[in-house]
Design a protein around this ligand. Sequence first.
Ligand code: F0G
Length: 448
Amino acid sequence: MITTDTAYQKCINADCGAEFDCGQALFKCPECGDLLDIWYRWDNIAVPKTMSDFSKRWANRQNKLDFSGIWRFRELLNFCDDKYKVSIGEGQTILEQNCAVAEYLGMKPDCLFLQYEGLNPSGSFKDNGMSAAFSHATMVGAKSCACASTGNTSASMSLYAHSCGMKSTVFIGSGRIAFGKLSQAMDYGAQTIQIQGDFDDCMRQVQAVCSQLGLYLLNSLNPFRLEGQKTIMYRIIEGLNWQVPDWIIVPGGNLGNSSAFGKAFMELKQLGLIDKIPRMAIINATGANTLTELVNDKGLNWNNARVNQTIIDDYYADLTAQHFSPHTCASAIEISRPVNLKKCLRSIDICDGVVIAVTDEEICDAKAIIGKYGLACEPASAATVAGLKYLLADGIVARDERVACVLTGHPLKDPNVTVNYHKENQGAYSNPPVEVPNDLEEIIKLIK
Ligand code: F0G
């Protein structure tokens, strides 16, 4: 068995709190079934004194761990030896100050920042988490892995799996995945299993399959994945010249990111590396708004690690009774039973967070604006800007506060939504192609 003197796994439930070493691949507390977290023995880790100390790594970027946008912050996710660390060049992402989108939103122009996680090797933020989780998988000697996915997890997992020489199996809901993502899983060599059901059905099946066949699970239930996703926050701080923004805005699906981000800020504050924790807004699609309903309507909260399970059970029993299946054009976040719900509640507690839901129409309009004035993104990512519009209108976010929106996926992941929006004039910002005869004069007339 592998033990590390720097990190261990711990159940998040205060009534359990069981601890396990990092040499085990568990994914759920074996004692009570709740979520597991990675905890660090900070006294045994040489953490830099300031965040800006991490900038020294750039001068040594020929070393792949110093180049990686995950591992150049390795002291903050120190759960395995360097020899196990996996990197395929992830985390070279951009924090763009976008004045035009800020003006569209009615903010002070220099206050809006867009964090483009679509620039990762597989085109989404998932690579942050996979780099960390595959390092753990390598450490424990995993040979075969699996995930359920709305698309991006499957793309990222299959890319990392073949680069680590592992077999990979992905579970997707029939007709529930954007073509760009499906094409990646097939191209990267994953065994792709389409289940006649939605993401939540796939999530249930993959957990059963992994425990029966001993496969390594790569969904965000895997606590090591969330350790990698913390680095998105470190890079936003880096992009702001080592300052913390006032707000982080993130789409909410399976709630891995929001969970990871809150943990990142909690640890940075505890280590004295930041002096304030930003607020966080988590944005659901109205067709997949479990978090919004549970938090805003049912009053569910973290309650010092004693979450009221009855509220959750009753809500899910209602969904089952209604044969509810979530629906949104932002297929990445089409999830009604988010596995990281409780950790997300903790983040809301840490970051004084808020939750709202936006419609598909609002998502598509925001996506068009991000495309017109920025580097573009996939639909789920645009929920951030759509949500920010409401938060500004309601005075929850002030117009002169610095806001970082996490744009989770690349625009080419889901070309269908984009093409339909423009070609079929679906929204206020549609920009359809114009048909013209094959005639020079006619063409010139159109352009003049
Ligand atoms: N944005 C994109 C582009 C995603 O692919 C996902 C999740 C999310 C946001 C939601 O993030 O789960 O951390 O709240 N996609 C998963 C998948 C579920 O299977 O690819 P979350």
